[in-house]
Design a protein around this ligand. Structure first.
Ligand SMILES: CC(C)(COP(=O)(O)OP(=O)(O)OC[C@H]1O[C@@H](n2cnc3c(N)ncnc32)[C@H](O)[C@@H]1OP(=O)(O)O)[C@@H](O)C(=O)NCCC(=O)NCCS
Length: 165
């Protein structure tokens, strides 16, 4: 199945804001008041925030990626030069064994536009599913921290190859 990656669109932003993950993944739910919806969609579509839409060929939004500041969790040590990468799939697309291949595609796409010596992902400590997907793409744990509120996070790093993959 072919997926495209392109700058975030209003339709995809609206779609992903409505996704609801079952526990324990519900921390990834976006809760936005109806009055703030347009503002939130505009935030996701602002190129300065580096959000991307993953869509099927017929334009169905099945995931998103982000790069840079938006892929960080406040409280982490981000002093090492790296591109921070975030990935989220629609709830019905999770758990189907697609994570590593999609993350690899996203990393390849972002490497073209964001030069950096390495990539970095920050993943909740409980989230073995996301960690496994990252490990399959060559990421290794490089740190751990407690965010405000007490949630534990792991920071994973992957050095880019000379080819920039
Ligand atoms: C993180 C995410 C991209 C992973 O993609 P995915 O397609 O759901 O993951 P997969 O089905 O490929 O599973 C990845 C691995 O985790 C394993 N796994 C699945 N559920 C698991 C669980 N509850 N505990 C431990 N491992 C689990 C799978 O067996 C697989 O391991 P393997 O490669 O050794 O076979 C996707 O789940 C997602 O977007 N979730 C949204 C919320 C989220 O977790 N965001 C993380 C932001 S960093």
């Amino acid at each position: 199945m072919m997926l495209t990656i392109q700058p975030m669109t209003p339709d995809c932003a609206r779609t992903l804001l409505a996704w609801r993950y079952p526990p324990p993944y519900d921390l990834y739910n976006h809760t936005v008041a109806a009055a703030d919806l347009d503002e939130e969609i505009a935030f996701f579509c602002d190129p300065e925030h580096h959000y991307y839409a993953l869509q099927t060929e017929d334009g169905h939004c099945v995931g998103f990626a982000c790069a840079g500041e938006e892929a960080r969790v406040p409280g982490g040590d981000y002093s090492l030069v790296a591109l921070d990468v975030g990935l989220g799939l629609a709830p019905e697309w999770t758990g189907r064994g697609l994570g590593a291949a999609l993350l690899q595609s996203v990393l390849h796409f972002l490497a073209g536009g964001y030069p950096a010596p390495r990539d970095r992902v920050t993943i909740a400590a409980f989230n073995r599913r996301a960690q496994r997907a990252a490990e399959r793409c060559g990421f290794a744990p490089a740190g751990r921290f407690s965010a405000a509120g007490g949630m534990e996070y792991l920071v994973y790093i992957r050095e880019r190859s000379e080819e920039g993959a």
